[in-house]
Write a protein that binds this ligand. Structure first.
Ligand SMILES: N[C@@H](CCC(=O)N[C@@H](CS)C(=O)NCC(=O)O)C(=O)O
Length: 327
């Protein structure tokens, strides 16, 4: 684990000491947008037109943020149009690396060994963390975006004319609600598990775990009568929640000490998660071997023996029974 400073790689763990033991996530720095006609998006430069074969996605199968982008590539049938490289799940002194193993690939664009080389290729004096996902433009030879929340919004609509897939996970009449529920889920769940797991003081850990379970319990209640977060239609908010839920029982419960309950103990949430897992094309984006190897083997300060637990047994193909909920 490390970061770049003025284009130089340093092997350093997250600094929590200057923040009272709390893990604070930094903002992604590449914020351009692919649009249908190349017009500038909400941030960044213009000129990133949606085109088949022009863009390349770098992901880790372990990473919940990168997983969002893989899911949207799948849902929006973008596999033939956006090529893919998958980093090795083990992340140590060099950060993310390219070392083909079960499920991981070479860097198909440059043949680099390390993901940080891609960052300095795009910006030689880059300073900051080297994260996945990365959406790369082969034509302009630069990074379009390394912010998953924005990449999935591009994938949701920019390529519609190319794929003919018009499914919209951001229905305009629900946009405000989606943004508002996303913000709570990001703070207390998606990032909450990391704030619990990376905390280096008891109070910082508890300050993350308690509200995490409060929100999970309230979603359990909500999803007992609502099929999806916003009612009858699956939206972006559901997919953003899903990538944390699906990792919960195998890594966040044990490794990150989020252990008041398992998702398997919350019947509505578990059935909801199973429905999303069983959605066409989604189970193939979930790789538990990579997920467990990444977290348990890479975070040596949390798990010094690097032993990867064998369990838990999961029953993700049990019927979800949620068809009867009307929304
Ligand atoms: N804001 C980013 C966060 C991505 C992120 O934190 N990815 C993690 C993997 S799960 C990463 O690459 N971490 C490497 C590091 O922080 O050094 C996004 O959502 O795209």
């Amino acid at each position: 684990m490390g970061l770049l400073k003025q284009g130089q790689w340093f092997d350093e763990w997250y600094d929590t000491e200057s923040n009272d033991g709390e893990f604070i996530r930094t903002d992604a720095q590449f914020r351009h947008w692919i649009t249908t006609d190349g017009a500038a998006g909400p941030s960044g430069d213009s000129g990133f037109n949606a085109e088949s074969g022009r863009y390349h996605l770098y992901v880790s199968l372990a990473c919940p943020w990168a997983h969002r982008t893989l899911i949207f590539r799948q849902l929006k049938q973008l596999q033939p149009h956006i090529t893919l490289s998958i980093v090795n799940p083990y992340m140590a002194e060099h950060g993310w690396t390219f070392k083909p193993s079960a499920g991981s690939t070479h860097d198909h664009l440059f043949g680099y060994d390390f993901l940080h080389q891609l960052y300095t290729h795009a910006q030689p004096d880059y300073s900051g963390r080297v994260t996945v996902p990365v959406l790369y433009d082969k034509q302009r030879d630069t990074i379009v975006s390394n912010e998953s929340a924005e990449i999935i919004r591009m994938l949701n609509s920019a390529f519609n004319d190319i794929t003919g897939n018009q499914e919209n996970y951001l229905p305009p009449n629900h946009l405000k609600e989606i943004d508002s529920i996303n913000a709570r889920i990001l703070k207390y769940i998606n990032n909450g598990v990391y704030r619990a797991g990376f905390a280096t003081r008891q109070d910082a850990y508890e300050a993350a775990v308690i509200p995490l379970f409060e929100l999970l319990e309230s979603l359990e209640e909500h999803l007992a009568t609502q099929r999806y977060l916003l009612g009858a239609q699956v939206t972006e908010a559901d997919w953003r929640l899903f990538t944390t839920l699906i990792r919960f029982d195998s890594v966040y419960h044990g490794h990150f000490k989020c252990n008041l309950k398992r998702i398997a103990d919350l019947p509505a949430l578990h059935a909801y998660m199973r429905e999303l897992y069983q959605w066409p094309g989604i189970a193939e984006t979930v790789d538990f071997a990579q997920i467990k190897t990444h977290y348990y083997a890479s975070h040596q300060m949390i798990n010094p023996t690097r032993i990867v637990p064998v369990g838990p047994e999961q029953h993700l193909w049990l019927p979800h029974g949620r068809e009867q909920l009307q929304g």
